[in-house]
Design a protein around this ligand. Sequence first.
Ligand code: ATP
Ligand code: MG
Length: 436
Amino acid sequence: MSLRIPWAEKYRPKRLNEIIGNRRAALELYRWVLQWTKGIPDKKAALLYGPPGTGKTTAVYAVANELGYEVIEMNASDLRRAQDIDRVIARAVSVGSLFGAKGRIILLDEIDGMSGTEDRGGLSEILRVIEVTRVPIVMTANDPWDPKYRPLRDVSVLIRFNRVNKNIVTKILQNICMKEGIKADLSALRLIAELSEGDVRSAINDLQAIAEGRKVVTVEDVKALIAKRYREYDAFTVLKLLFSSRTSEQARAVLSQSSLDYNDLKEWIHENLPYQYSDPEELAEAYDALAKADVYLGRIVKSQDWGLLSYAIDMMTAGVAMARRHPYHFVKYKFPSRMLILSKTKEVRQIRDRVLERIARKAHISKRGAATEYLPFLRVIFRANPKMAAGIAKWLELNEEMIEYVAGDKSIAKKIVEFIKPQAKTRRRRTQRTLF
Ligand SMILES: Nc1ncnc2c1ncn2[C@@H]1O[C@H](COP(=O)(O)OP(=O)(O)OP(=O)(O)O)[C@@H](O)[C@H]1O
Ligand SMILES: [Mg+2]
C-alpha cells in the first residue's frame, strides 16, 4: 500500500497540450518564458497564484518540458541558507548543463509555505535572487495578497490560476478511469468533482481512495467516503462543543447530537485532553473522569449491564467538561493515534518487518534478535539524539517511513531526516538532480 504511486503524480500532465484546466494561465507562463530568448524582460519573475491543486507546479514543469528546459527547484528551507542561493544562482547562470538542457527555470515553489521568522530572511533572499538572475524565476503561492509579499508582487508578472471547472475535473477523472481500466458512473465522478471545489489534486486523490483496486465505481461508493469524512469532521465539532460547554447539561447533550459513538468519543478525548487543558489540576480531574468512564464501559462489556452506560457518558462528557477552570480556547484537535494505529496496523507491521530485516542483515543477527535486542535501544537513541540516529539510519539504509517507525514519532523522524537531508531533498518530485 505504502508503495503505491499517487495517481495525481502518475497522471500529472507533462506537456502544455495535456493541461486542460487553467490552460490560459499555463500559456501565459509559456509566453513569458519565451520572452527570455529575446533578452531579459522587464519583470524577471513570475508569480503563479491560486488555490491548491489547480496546476501551478504542473504548468512550470510542462512549460520546461515543452522548451527542453531544466527546472531547478528550491524550497522554503533552502532559502533560509543564503549560501545555497548563491550556489544556485552561480549554477543557473553558468554556461552548459549536465543534461544538455537548452535553458533553465528556477522554481521557488510554495513561497507562502514559509512561516514565522524564517520568511523575513527568505523574502529578502528571493528579492535578491530576482535582482541578479539571468534566468526566469517562477514562484508559486496560494495567497500572495499578504502585505509582506508586496515587494515580490511589484517585481513579478502575476499569473492567476482559478479553481478548475467541475466539468473539466470530471473529464480529468474520466481519463484516469479509462487508463486504469475502471468503469465509473458519470454521476459518481461528477460528485467527486463537485466535492473537490476545483482542486484537481484532491479530486484525483479521492478517486484513488475510492477506486483503486476496483473495476467499478458507483455513486454509493462516493457517498460512503463522504459519510466517513463527515464522521471525522463531526468528531472535531463534538470536541469543540464539549470542551467549551458551560454546564453539565450542555456537555451531556453534545454526544446525543452527533453520529460519534461513545467508544470513539473516549479515544478522541483521550488524545486531545492534553492539548485542551494545560493546567495540571484540570488535566488530572479530566483524566480521572475519563478513567471512570472507561471503567464503567469495561463493566458494561463484562456484565452487559447497559444501565451503566449513562454513568459512563456522564463521566466522559460532563465530568471532563466540568474540569475546566480556565476559559475555553481554540486548539487544533488531533485524530486519535490509537485509531490511526488500528487502521494502519497491517502497513505498520510491514514497515516493522523491513526495519528488522535491515538490522538483522547489518548486525548479523536474527530478526527476532533484532526485535528484542536492538529495536528498543534504537528507539531510545532515535528519540534522544537525532544526529546519531541519522548516522545509524543511514548505515541501516532506512527510509523516512522506517525512521518514523523506529522513532515512533513523526516530528522526531523529521528532525532525523533533516540531518540526512542534503541528498534526500533534491529528490523531491521530478526535479532533475543537480550537482552543486
Ligand atoms: N489544470 C490541470 N489540468 C490537469 N491536471 C491538473 C491540473 N491542475 C492540477 N492537476 C492535477 O493535480 C495535481 C496537482 O497539481 P499541481 O501540483 O500543479 O497543483 P498546484 O496548483 O501546484 O497546487 P499547490 O498550490 O498545492 O502546490 C497534478 O499532479 C495533476 O495531476
Ligand atoms: Mg504546487
